[in-house]
Unconditional design. Structure first.
Length: 470
């Protein structure tokens, strides 16, 4: 080691980020290892130190490609695997004045989707399958609250399945969610089938993001929700009053055609661009249309009841979920720093060993000693890196333990019609399907129409038998 230090002292050299060192500079053994005390250096200085050593003792130029590859390796942790709008501070765009009722569009927010989470993928993202299932109900409900607070819309409801009842449909997919980042894919389609937009949003939670959060009002990722609401409002505000009126009419006729295709066939058409167009209108006060509008109100009645359950689930989930996200963010930040430090040390060790091997091309005794010293130091640095990685595994295990208590089971819903109560069971989507089937049966009973049987439509007289009555 003394020969290594003598060799260093005899050179005129400088390292980026360090004072220039001239020949004769005294570097005792204690000072030498003091330089390698990485705790007092940032990782850029450590990189430059190692590269400086290699430039001095290796008689060749380090490839720019190699430096690029190492930089990429450092940058990989934390990179998203999808393109998205990075959301910063975004105040919500509120309606400047009260909007007339006939200019308000009703919005249905579908329960969100998410790609299947394997155990490996969930662990890598820093979440759990149970949490993701709960988020598919929680996140759309908070978006509903955000849209309502903007004052830009009519009724805004979370729905478990698509229905032509609404003027505007919002579809969402959770791309990423772990308390540190939230990534969503949002698609907005109107009743005419026109896609307003489809885009990805991503926000990183800052340290103060969890300060002052309030259920139904301010989420840690409120800027992202505001960005979605603002994009929707900006598109809607470009529509003329006539276009908004046509969308509302199209939604009514689409619902009528869905329930009574024979009676309302031909009212709507399809343009060359595949958009739905209005071909003709029912007469004012048309009795069949009036019955169908009453049926639609009954569908709304169930959706209102369903949203009461979503609200209870949302409120019950809020405190534990926000605490989990905040803690998870802290844990992931710690893991990120640990992994960055571990990767830095491992790569530094690899460079030191590579330098020692390359230095072996010389035959001097100094070079042999240098080679041995760099291998020893490099090996120790790699071991330190792996020890830190083991510490990260402990953090990841603690995160997984936080995620075992979430569930999104729906309770049975009891609906009443004409003095009879019907109990709808199963998931929210199954309950919604059951209620729509009952509504069809009610309509056919009232009008005397007997529909063509489909797999989703019970035979005449059998619909009520499928559900528990009280």
């Amino acid at each position: 080691m003394t020969k290594i230090l003598t060799r260093i002292e005899s050179q005129r050299f400088s390292f980026p980020g360090l004072p220039k060192m001239r020949a004769g500079t005294q570097l005792g053994t204690g000072n030498y290892f003091g330089i390698l005390n990485f705790g007092h250096w940032n990782w850029f200085e450590i990189w430059f130190l190692v590269l400086g050593i290699l430039l001095i003792f290796i008689k060749r130029v380090i490839s720019v490609k190699l430096l690029g590859i190492l930089a990429i390796l450092i940058m990989i942790p934390g990179c998203a695997t999808y393109y998205a709008q990075q959301v910063g501070s975004t105040p919500i765009l509120r309606a400047a004045a009260e909007i007339p009722e006939d200019q308000l569009l009703d919005v249905g927010v579908l329960v969100f989707e998410s790609a299947e989470l394997t155990d490996e993928k969930a662990a890598k993202e820093g979440t759990h399958d149970d949490i993701r299932k709960a988020e598919k109900n929680f996140i759309p409900y908070h978006l509903k609250n955000t849209l309502q607070r903007s004052g830009q819309w009519g009724a805004v409801q979370v729905i478990p399945a698509e229905t032509p009842s609404f003027d505007l449909l919002v579809k969402g997919e959770i791309l990423e969610s772990n308390g540190q980042y939230l990534g969503l894919k949002i698609e907005v389609i109107d009743a005419a089938g026109k896609r307003w937009f489809k885009k990805n949003y991503r926000q990183q939670a800052a340290k103060n993001s969890y300060a002052g959060i309030r259920p139904g009002e301010k989420d840690a990722f409120q800027n992202l929700y505001n960005a979605v609401a603002n994009d929707m409002a900006e598109y809607k505000n470009r529509l003329t009053p006539g276009q908004i009126h046509d969308l509302r009419t199209t939604a009514k006729l689409s619902f009528a055609e869905d329930f009574a295709p024979d009676a309302f066939k031909g009212y709507l058409g399809q343009a060359k661009n595949d958009l739905v167009t209005i071909k003709r209108l029912p007469a004012d006060g048309d009795p069949m249309m009036q019955r169908l509008l009453k049926i639609r109100e009954r569908e709304y009645m169930y959706i209102d009841l369903l949203n009461e359950q979503y609200e209870k689930f949302y409120s019950a989930m809020w405190p534990s979920y926000e605490n989990w996200r905040q803690l998870n963010r802290t844990e992931r930040e710690a893991i990120r720093e640990i992994k960055k430090k571990a990767l830095t040390r491992q790569l530094i060790g690899a460079l030191m060993i590579a330098g020692a091997v390359a230095a072996g091309a010389g035959n001097s005794n100094d070079t042999v000693v240098l080679q041995t010293g760099l291998i020893l130091i490099g090996g120790q640095v790699i071991l330190d890196g792996f020890n830190i990685s083991k510490e990260a595994e402990i953090h990841e295990a603690s995160i997984r333990e936080l995620s075992d208590s979430f569930s999104n089971e729906m309770k049975p819903v009891v609906m009443e019609f004409e003095g009879r109560q019907y109990e709808l069971t199963g998931s929210a989507e199954e309950q919604f399907k059951q209620w729509r089937e009952l509504l069809r049966k009610i309509y056919y009973t009232e009008t005397g129409f007997e529909p063509d049987q489909t797999p989703d439509t019970p035979e005449s007289g059998e619909a009520e038998d499928q559900y528990k009555t009280k």
